[in-house]
Every structure is written in structure tokens, then in C-alpha cells.
Design a protein around this ligand. Structure first.
Ligand code: G4P
Length: 533
């Protein structure tokens, strides 16, 4: 086997996603503890954005500085190299999470057993479905009185539109939680609440009819387990990893992240079944990770908030070949050769300069403003990786300049911030007015703060009551022109110059869709990929 194949098979690149508070940070931390990447609990938690004021957010960002070791956490577990990509916990930064999902090969979705499937869980799953990303589900907080596990499985299937298959099964829950039975390993792991130790008490139960089980748990709980397992085996097909890898079936585990319970089994199974770096689509062809030529794309840009150090880090996912330090690569959008003297990787909590990196790895590139989200680097081939769509924002506001002497700074600032993906910028075809679109209010505060502190520009935002941004295309140019003319001020262009209609309401949007059958209305910027996958 060649070096590249070996490196690829060793790697697992994934993200943990959840509705805020379901336990993503806790689970991340436990994984890092298992991987030996951190020694104490609490290290990850410090980076969590729980506050909703911009000043708190900025403070956290400043503390993180540019080291952002937690944006990517690489660690070794068994014989694998795991790249765990961090996603922001705050819902206002959901778009950042969606983009990070384009750089992973699989995800672990955390669901709170008390709350079940929540709004953010559904949206995240939608993004996974669009890209057929394999998903493992972890039902967390089994030490609390939660919903019935069968009801939870039904809810997952219904709301997340994915088939599920339990691989472990809880024995009771809440105060009487006894542990989980691994349907995969046929082992019983007894629960012993402890936030500091790892549950080690594993009992092999080859046959759950064995009366010894009654002593391990109680006779009632043992009977319940026997009935549940019989039901599960009657209802669900035997476990098969093929539909999981195709993104059609999600294995489900139960446990308690804060108590270190049920996590190691999941991590072990994850290592066994999760995909290694997968092929990726570009505008011209599919790129296989095993190709010798290097390719990669930028999925996240992190700016340094400290005005004395204005550099940024662009995070690149390597898709094929071997990336090497100080080697010229082609920035395909700018048609420009670039080399990188200090590319960084993020093993454990340290940032290290790397000489080489492989498919599945994420490398941080110092950037002075040459990168936008979605940019592609190759060894010369002209192509762009697809699948980094913009989604329709939820809040729209017009950017108003408050200091006419600083128009240039404002222009540059808003351009750079939107290149970083902080928000989406739409420019009105009439009058060059700028509409900023975001998922949450917090981003407007952040933009205002950063424009002032980093660019010396003052701005204000005027609320616009748009319902959705729709990307519009048509083969019928005359009709498209007519629509653009009639819609006037509601027509804008996005960062790539695409036509976007800002629909004032659902009613008006439905009406336009009916009135203009010649036009296609899309709610993400990359509809071709979305439809094909
Ligand atoms: P998030 O990143 O998804 O937003 O969630 P996070 O891990 O921060 O967890 C949210 C809260 O849920 C935390 O409590 C955490 O301790 C708790 N939690 C996580 N796993 C479990 C579990 O298995 N059982 C129970 N009972 N609670 C769990 P907090 O009060 O917000 O923070 P903390 O002060 O406890 O750290």
C-alpha cells in the first residue's frame, strides 16, 4: 500500500453537532480526554460562547487570539489520527457550522434525552442530508428522567428523516438508570455516576436470558431489557454499515457525557465504522483523496481581533495528495501562485508548523486578505470545490455609513468581514446599497464592533423585513430580465455576482413562483449540488 493510502486510511475527520446545551462541549472534552489530547476537564469549556452580548463574544475571541487551537482538534486514538472540527455552539453562528460540515467526512449528532429533537438539530440534519454525510446519534443525559427510548427513536426517524438503528440500549433512565447494553458487542456496561472516572465495569453477557443478569441489575430491569431487545431485533434489520456510509441510516448510542458513560463504546465504534476521507466534487470533476496531486479548499477564516496583528488564519481542508510547506500552489479564483512558510496544524492544544499534511487534515494558513470562504488550491488544475453553499439568511439589515469621511474603510471592512463568512453581503442593483444578512442578531453587533475597532468605520443597521433570499436562474433571459426590472429594489447580487431576490413575504414569494414558472427559485446558493446529492 502506498504512503498516501496508508495516511488516508488512518484519518477520521468529523464534527460533533447539537442543539445548544445538548452536550456537544462536554462530549468533545471527553473525546479529547480519551485521546490524551487534554489532561483536565474544563479546557474546552472556556471557549464556549454562551453569552449573547457582542462584548462578551469579543472578549472570548480576544482570549482565544489567533491560536484558535480549538477550531480543529487533532488527536490520536488507537491507531487512528482523528481530526475533530469544532463548530460554534451559539445559534447565531449556525452558518459557520453549516460550512464546517462541508469539511468533514462524518458527524456525531448529540440529542438531549429530555428535550428530544430540537429546532437546531433538524436544521443541522438537513445540511447533513444534503451532502449524504454519515451520522452517528448520541442520546445524552440518560442520568436524567428523559423520554422513553422507543419514543425517542420514532421521533428521530420522523423529525430527522433518517432511518435509525440502536447499537446500544439503556436499562431504565434517570434515577434508576442502570447502564447500557451493547447490542453490537453483546456486553453490559453498568452505570456508576462519576464525572472524573471512566466507566470500566463491563460485563460480557453472551445471552441476556442468563439469570445472572437479574443480579447485575434488578430482575424487573433485566426482564425489561430482555423484552426491549426482543422487540428491537424484531423491528430493526441486523446492523449493516453500508447504508450508514451512504447517509441513509444512523446508528444510535445512549449515555451520559458528563459522567463519561457510553462514550468510549461510541468512540470505538466510530473508529471502526466512520468513513476515511471521501471523494469531493468540484465544478469540473470528482477528486479522489488518493490522487497524487494536492488539492484543498478554504472552509473557515478566523480573523485576529487584535488590531495590532491584523493577520487572519484561513482553515483549509486537504482533499487529495500531499500538501507541503513552502511549495507553490495555485489559488484558482485569483489565478495566482502562492506558497506558505508557516502552515499550522493543531495537534492536541498546540499549534505546530507542519511540513506536510494529508487528505482529511485541516491546515491553518496565514492570510492577509487573499482568501474567501470556498477558495480552492491545486497544483495547477483550474477547478473549484463545490458544496460550500450559502443559505438564505434569516435577518436582513441595510448598512448605513455614519461617517462619510470613512467610506473607504467601511467598504473594505464589510468586504473583508463578509469574505470571512461573518455575514452575507448583498448589493442592491439599484443605487449600490448594501444589505447584510445573518442568522442571528449577535452578528450585527459583532460587525459593528469590528468595523469600528479594526477598520475605524462607523455604521448603523436599518432593519429590513425580508422573508428570504432566493437565488434566481432561468434559461429564459427575457423573462429573467423582466423579473429583475419589475422587482427593482428587491433584486440584489451576492458575493459572486449571482442574482438574488429578497422576498418581502412568504405570500409574495409563493405568488412570484406561480407567476414566473420560467424562473427557478433556490434557497441556497449552490442548488445544483444540493439537487444532485
Ligand atoms: P453544548 O456544548 O451542546 O451547548 O452543551 P454542554 O456540553 O455545555 O452541556 C450543557 C449542559 O448539560 C452543561 O451543564 C453540562 O454539564 C450538562 N450535561 C452534559 N452532559 C450531561 C449528562 O450526561 N447528564 C447531565 N445531567 N447533564 C449533562 P451546565 O449547567 O450548563 O454547565 P456546567 O456548569 O455543568 O458545566
Amino acid at each position: 500500500m502506498g504512503a498516501i493510502q496508508e495516511e488516508i486510511q488512518r484519518r477520521r475527520t468529523f464534527a460533533i453537532i447539537s442543539h445548544p446545551d445538548a452536550g456537544k462541549t462536554t462530549l468533545t472534552e471527553k473525546f479529547l480526554l480519551f485521546g490524551g489530547a487534554i489532561q483536565t476537564a474544563g479546557a474546552v469549556k472556556n471557549n464556549k460562547i454562551t453569552k449573547t452580548a457582542a462584548s462578551d463574544f469579543m472578549e472570548i475571541e480576544r482570549q482565544r487570539g489567533i491560536s484558535v487551537a480549538t477550531s480543529v482538534m487533532a488527536f490520536h486514538y488507537r491507531d487512528r489520527l482523528i481530526n475533530l472540527l469544532d463548530t460554534p455552539g451559539h445559534k447565531d453562528f449556525a452558518e459557520d457550522t453549516y460550512r464546517t460540515l462541508t469539511a468533514v467526512d462524518s458527524v456525531i449528532l448529540v440529542v438531549d434525552c429530555v428535550k428530544g429533537v430540537e429546532a437546531q438539530t433538524e436544521r443541522l440534519m438537513e445540511v447533513c442530508r444534503m451532502r449524504s454525510t454519515p451520522v452517528i446519534i448520541f442520546i445524552n443525559k440518560m442520568d436524567l428522567e428523559g423520554q422513553d427510548p422507543f419514543d425517542l427513536l420514532d421521533e428521530l426517524e420522523e423529525k430527522l428523516q433518517i432511518q435509525v438503528r440502536p447499537l446500544s440500549w439503556p436499562i431504565s433512565g434517570g434515577h434508576s438508570f442502570k447502564g447500557v447494553y451493547s447490542l453490537y458487542e453483546k456486553e453490559l456496561r453498568l452505570f456508576n455516576p462519576d464525572k472524573t472516572k471512566i466507566a470500566k465495569e463491563v460485563v460480557s453477557v453472551a445471552d441476556i436470558a442468563d439469570p445472572d443478569l437479574d443480579d447485575l441489575v434488578t430482575p424487573e430491569h433485566a426482564d425489561q431489557l430482555r423484552n426491549d431487545v426482543e422487540l428491537i431485533e424484531g423491528v430493526y434489520e441486523p446492523w449493516d454499515s453500508a447504508p450508514y456510509l451512504e447517509g441513509h441510516l444512523a446508528p444510535v448510542f445512549f449515555g451520559s457525557a458528563v459522567n463519561n458513560f457510553g462514550i468510549q463504546e461510541m468512540l470505538d465504534t466510530f473508529i471502526d465504522i466512520a468513513p476515511d476521507p471521501r471523494p469531493r466534487a468540484t465544478d469540473v470533476r470528482e477528486v479522489l483523496p488518493t490522487e497524487s496531486g494536492f488539492t484543498g479548499f478554504i472552509f473557515k477564516i478566523h480573523a485576529n481581533i487584535d488590531p495590532r496583528h491584523r493577520d487572519r488564519i484561513a482553515f483549509m481542508r486537504i482533499c487529495s495528495g500531499k500538501f507541503q510547506r513552502n511549495t507553490f500552489y495555485q489559488h484558482t479564483r485569483l489565478d495566482k501562485k502562492m506558497k506558505f512558510a508557516n502552515p499550522a496544524t493543531f495537534l492536541a492544544q498546540d499549534k505546530n508548523v507542519v511540513d506536510e499534511a494529508w487528505p482529511g487534515d485541516v491546515v491553518g494558513l496565514y492570510d492577509t486578505g487573499t482568501f474567501k470562504i470556498g477558495d480552492t488550491l491545486t497544483e495547477g488544475e483550474d477547478m473549484v470545490f463545490r458544496g460550500i453553499p450559502s443559505f438564505s439568511p434569516e435577518i436582513f439589515k441595510e448598512l448605513v455609513n455614519k461617517d462619510p469621511m470613512k467610506s473607504k474603510q467601511l467598504e473594505k471592512g464589510i468586504q473583508q468581514l463578509t469574505d470571512e463568512g461573518v455575514a452575507q453581503l448583498f448589493v442592491r442593483s439599484l443605487g449600490n446599497r448594501k444589505i447584510v444578512g445573518t442568522v442571528g442578531e449577535l452578528q450585527f453587533e459583532v460587525i459593528q464592533y469590528r468595523l469600528e475597532h479594526e477598520y475605524g468605520a462607523k455604521c448603523e443597521f436599518q432593519a429590513k423585513s425580508y422573508y428570504k433570499a432566493c437565488w434566481i436562474v432561468s434559461d429564459n433571459e427575457a423573462k429573467l430580465d423582466e423579473f429583475k426590472r419589475i422587482k427593482g429594489t428587491d433584486m440584489v447580487t451576492d458575493k459572486d455576482g449571482n442574482d438574488v431576490f429578497l422576498a418581502p413575504s412568504k405570500f409574495l414569494l409563493d405568488m412570484e413562483i406561480a407567476n414566473y414558472p420560467e424562473l427557478e427559485f433556490h434557497f441556497t446558493s449552490e442548488f445544483k449540488t444540493a439537487q444532485a446529492s
